[in-house]
Write a protein that binds this ligand. Structure first.
Ligand SMILES: Nc1ncnc2c1ncn2[C@@H]1O[C@H](COP(=O)(O)OP(=O)(O)O[C@H]2O[C@H](CO)[C@@H](O)[C@H](O)[C@H]2O)[C@@H](O)[C@H]1O
Length: 490
């Protein structure tokens, strides 16, 4: 941006953002957006809920506003920093200060009042973006509000139906995963502070109940999702999870913008978690990371391919099918290291497979960010057999680290990996392996193809280099968001 051109200001509201709070890919994206957009003359302030684990990490937070009655609770707005960028935190102890996870208690059960917790977040976001909140006496409006997923989507509905004395600024709602919608019973409508006419199928009502994501998608000026293919898929019954009609009806207001990766965090040449940093010119050094990873997982040292999986262990991610494919993977000469947690049955299926194959298969149940980096650096290939995948980040990290992605052809996986078919190998553009249809036979065949490619080391190295050269940093996607924001303000 040239000097003197005022930045466009955006309030980005979400339930998680790195480095403060993360349960999944949403946090990576929300945390990276301010940096990605600064380059395009967009100044992003992020608004997050004040969970206890987040509050203790804030450096010198300042209370800049108070609500006496935010959906019935008193709350404060704290100003702090998210990396180098401005952060607001909604400090509302009655809603957010409790033991457990952002969305669930210590036993993993969703908080029964999630509708109230995250409607309050939306109400606060609308107040702030629209200028109803005064910070040190000055209305603190933003040009535009950007809400992520169901937890923040109500911000768009409050701007539309009940902007109070603020302005109804334009809003964007991003769908990171349409499987999570925030659906609740109709009885809570009275507590939301919305006018009666908002209770309508053209409003916040959803199949007789209250739908938070639905409300946001209906009210937002623009909808984005995190890859072009997923933007097409969610117009269909197979992927729309009940919202396909609304998505299709919103027509050209729906955009697919790929997630980028934060090269400051995911760079094998300067990753503090690795035993041995490397670049595409020093690929040989990767072997040190492979040996270290084998040792860390108690796997036998071996020159065969080492597969990894780093994921929530859920049906979406196809991890039930991976558990079934383990015996074949081992029979092909492969080894497997898994890091993740999720469905008890899938965890158990994988752990049982590890017991059947000591030294060949190892499973770590849990969440471990540095280990996930070491796995991308030491693994040969990352398995991502997702039944649906809005964008997916682990295949992008795999590309950057030369850990070749083996992916189902869906959503963002289809948009970011070039299958090593004969044409792609002949023209030197392949970056991984893709397969159609997530079932045992297709995954088995994809693993077989990967092992065969691995056994042709020159070819494998070429594909690894292509992968590491692929640029999925935020450049193009940051520009796409900036263009979209400007089009809404024009
Ligand atoms: N056990 C573990 N230990 C350490 N790290 C772990 C881990 N399990 C997962 N991770 C990390 O969590 C993130 C997962 O992101 P993904 O995009 O792959 O999926 P997720 O379904 O969470 O995100 C949703 O939102 C994102 C963002 O838009 C979309 O890309 C995606 O398709 C959509 O489903 C990655 O950074 C990964 O490394």
């Amino acid at each position: 941006m040239s000097a003197g051109v005022p930045a466009l200001t955006v309030l980005s509201v979400a339930s998680e953002a790195v480095p403060l709070v993360k349960t999944g890919g949403l946090a990576d994206v929300v945390g990276a957006l301010p940096g990605a957009l600064a380059a395009h003359g967009v100044a992003v302030t992020t608004l997050l809920p004040g969970y206890p684990s987040l509050l203790v990490q804030l450096e010198k937070p300042r209370a800049v506003h108070e609500w006496d009655n935010l959906l019935g609770e008193s709350a404060r707005l704290l100003a702090a920093k998210l990396g180098d960028h401005p952060l607001y935190v909604l400090d509302c102890p009655a809603l957010f200060v409790r033991d457990g996870l952002p969305y669930a208690d210590t036993a993993g059960k969703d908080w029964a009042d999630n509708w109230r917790r995250f409607s309050a977040l939306g109400r606060a976001a609308a107040d702030i973006a629209g200028g109803a909140v005064r910070v040190r006496g000055k209305a603190q409006g933003f040009d535009l509000l950007h809400a992520h997923d169901w937890q923040a989507a109500m911000a768009a509905a409050y701007l539309r139906y009940a902007p109070f004395e603020g302005q109804a600024v334009p809003s964007v709602v991003t769908v990171h995963n349409i499987a999570f919608q925030g659906q609740f019973g109709a009885e809570i409508f009275g507590a939301l502070g919305l006018p009666p006419w908002a209770w309508d199928m053209y409003g916040v009502e959803y199949y007789g109940g209250f739908g938070m994501l639905k409300a946001g998608l209906y009210c937002a000026d623009a909808i984005t999702t995190v890859s072009p293919t997923y933007a097409r898929e969610i117009r269909t019954e197979a992927f729309g999870m009940g919202l396909e009609g609304l998505i299709a009806a919103r027509g050209s207001a729906v955009h697919g913008i790929l997630n980028g990766i934060d090269a400051a965090v995911w760079n094998p040449a300067a990753d503090p978690s690795l035993a041995q940093p490397y670049t595409l010119r020093t690929l040989g050094k990767r072997a040190v990371n492979k040996r270290a990873l084998e040792a860390e997982f108690g796997l036998a040292e071996d020159d065969g391919p080492l597969f990894v999986a780093i994921t929530r262990l859920t049906w979406q991610k196809g991890m039930d099918v991976l558990a079934e494919a383990v015996d074949d993977l081992v029979a092909e000469g492969g080894r497997l290291a898994v890091l993740g947690s999720g469905d008890a049955a899938i965890e158990q299926g994988l752990q049982t497979a590890a017991l059947r194959h000591p030294g060949r298969v190892a499973v770590r149940i849990g969440y471990d960010e540095p280990l996930s980096h070491r796995m991308q650096a030491g693994g040969d290939a990352i398995l991502i057999p997702s039944r649906f995948e809005p964008c997916g980040l682990t295949q992008l990290y795999g590309l950057a680290y030369g850990c070749l992605p083996v992916v189902a052809r869906t959503g963002g996986l289809a948009d970011t990996v070039i299958d090593a078919n004969p044409a792609a190998l002949a023209t030197g553009v392949a970056t991984g392996v893709q397969f159609d249809g997530v079932d045992l036979d297709n995954l088995r065949a994809a693993i077989s193809r990967t092992v065969a490619l691995y056994r042709a080391p020159e070819e494998w190295k070429k594909v690894q280099k292509n992968a590491m050269k692929a640029d999925f940093s935020w450049g193009a996607s940051g520009a796409a968001y900036a263009r979209l924001y400007r089009s809404l303000l024009a």
